[in-house]
Design a protein around this ligand. Structure first.
Ligand SMILES: Nc1ncnc2c1ncn2[C@@H]1O[C@H](COP(=O)(O)OP(=O)(O)OP(=O)(O)O)[C@@H](O)[C@H]1O
Ligand SMILES: [Mg+2]
Length: 152
């Protein structure tokens, strides 16, 4: 099941992330897919806002993993762009460390074989300087969850 949305600005992409947050709870995994500058971090920032997190979400490129507490649900934000191997991913211990909250992973497609089947992929396609198509693609148990309010 794929839900397709259009964004015409960074603000709109953030708003989509913020809206998605209301569907999420502890244990949920979101994989962000999209080229450099597509808006993955912007989306993650909106999602954090929607979880009630007040700290701005920054690109975790040099940290790989950042954890944000203080919202309704803790958020773990990872960027695995620079993760060289699946062993290195294991060392990050993403899953154990994030079970009590939501996990969102930028460049999740590069490590999808190591990801649990139950996840929501958020694919951001650049269709113009400020246009994006955002596709929410359900995998595993996500296929039985309704995202239809996302498009209303
Ligand atoms: N519709 C849009 N949605 C999101 N970002 C947009 C949009 N239109 C333009 N932008 C711009 O694109 C950039 C997106 O940056 P962002 O850091 O969120 O991307 P990213 O996918 O996380 O990049 P990286 O691959 O470097 O991690 C910002 O400069 C933002 O202003
Ligand atoms: Mg980013």
């Amino acid at each position: 099941m794929t839900t397709e949305l259009h964004s015409g600005s960074e603000v709109e992409t953030r708003a989509i992330g913020r809206r998605l947050a209301s569907f999420l709870g502890p244990g949920d995994i979101i994989l962000l897919v999209g080229e450099l500058g597509a808006g993955k971090t912007a989306f993650a920032g909106g999602l954090a806002e929607g979880l009630g997190i007040e700290d701005p979400v920054i690109s975790p490129s040099f940290m790989l993993v950042r954890r944000y507490a203080g919202g309704f649900t803790p958020l773990t934000h990872a960027d695995v762009y620079r993760v060289g191997s699946l062993n290195e991913l294991d060392d990050l211990d993403l899953f154990e460390g994030s079970r009590d909250g939501v996990l969102i992973v930028e460049w999740g497609n590069s490590v999808v074989s190591a990801m649990p089947d139950d996840h929501l992929a958020v694919e951001i396609e650049v269709t113009g300087p400020s246009d994006r198509v955002v596709r929410l693609v359900a995998h595993g148990a996500w296929q039985t969850r309704s995202l239809k309010e996302m498009v209303e």
